[in-house]
Ligand binder design. Sequence first.
Ligand SMILES: C[S@@+](CC[C@H](N)C(=O)[O-])C[C@H]1O[C@@H](n2cnc3c(N)ncnc32)[C@H](O)[C@@H]1O
Ligand code: SF4
Length: 375
Amino acid sequence: MNIKNFINNDKKLGMVIRGYGITSALIPPIRKLKYYSVDAETNRIIFNNLHWVRTGEGHLLFQFMYLFLPTPCNQRCKGCFMGQDKRRLPANLKGKYFSQKELDQTISFAKESGAKAVVYGGGGELFMWSGAFGLIESVVRHGLGMVIFTNGTCLSSDKIERLNSLGVVLIVSLRDTVESYHNAIVGINGFRKTIETIDAAIEIGMHRDGRLAVEMPVTVQNEDRVVNDLLPVLRAIGIVPWIEEFIQIATSEEEKLCGHSFRQARKFFQRMAAKDTELGIQWTPKFGQRMSDQTKCQRPLYSFAIFPNRDVVDCPAHSITYGNLSEESLENILRSERFRKSLLNYKLCPCSVFYTDSNAQIPEDLPGYLKEAIR
Ligand SMILES: C[S@@+](CC[C@H](N)C(=O)[O-])C[C@H]1O[C@@H](n2cnc3c(N)ncnc32)[C@H](O)[C@@H]1O
Ligand code: SF4
């Protein structure tokens, strides 16, 4: 059973993923992505780190380290939070690839701090870079897993086999369930190749041990299809749904209107939960939740990110810079007063709208770009 089993062909729209008629998950739902999802161990790390910042006792732990690279991209997805569509990359994405020595140092530090994986989150498409497999092999040689966000368009079935043999976790991004809508958003005719990649990963069983997710940012345009088509199809096959609110930090005024308001997000999470209930999967949306199958975002409490300009930052939405590796070691940066204070003062990551039970629950100290979303 793969995505192609759920595709209809429409003369005008092209391939269309249809969830119609799916009444239950065909295999027990896989709701956790290996290395990356929040689980009991994540909560133990958070507890440990908060104890460390308050008392100085023990030592810091991390679940994974994000690595951002100056990789180019072959797509131009509207509203890409890395600014690839507008060719306006954030300053900390500009820099050189890491040398092997730098990589060895940072990966070793992450491993000593309990990390189980390195996560490539951007800033372009990893498989547009000839060094991609060298990097993955080096991470695996250090005894860590590799999680990769990818648009899936540059992966042949041989490459997918190789990734599978390296134990890689893939999060494949789609923008819509309809070929023509997806292609219009990403700026290339990539839909069919992305679907082929997902299906090839299913065929070799990557989904069976939680190593395959499909990511889709939710917008007012695609939300009906996300609920009625994408979610049931992913549940039916056993792919982890990485359905998330649209991040608005690099969006134009027009693109901002694609994102949910808090009220729309509330309704959307309730609809997702109701659809899952129909499929036999029970959950209740919780304050702060910004994506499927995850509690509220608390990544800075259990991970950190390194950008190509060597900035060490709190998360991929890079709101706080702790220090720069060209001036200080990673160890010193993550033991600095700046780092300790930001963990101590941590409340909630508002990179996008998130679930709230009512308007009264919406925090007052939101960043400016989210203030407009209180509609
Ligand atoms: C920046 S991309 C880099 C990796 C790769 N190029 C890809 O598209 O998967 C990492 C993830 O961010 C997601 N993303 C990009 N812009 C976003 C936005 N405005 N809101 C939510 N997710 C976004 C992508 O869909 C992808 O899953
Ligand atoms: S493929 Fe990834 S990095 Fe490239 S534009 Fe789309 S979201 Fe951004």
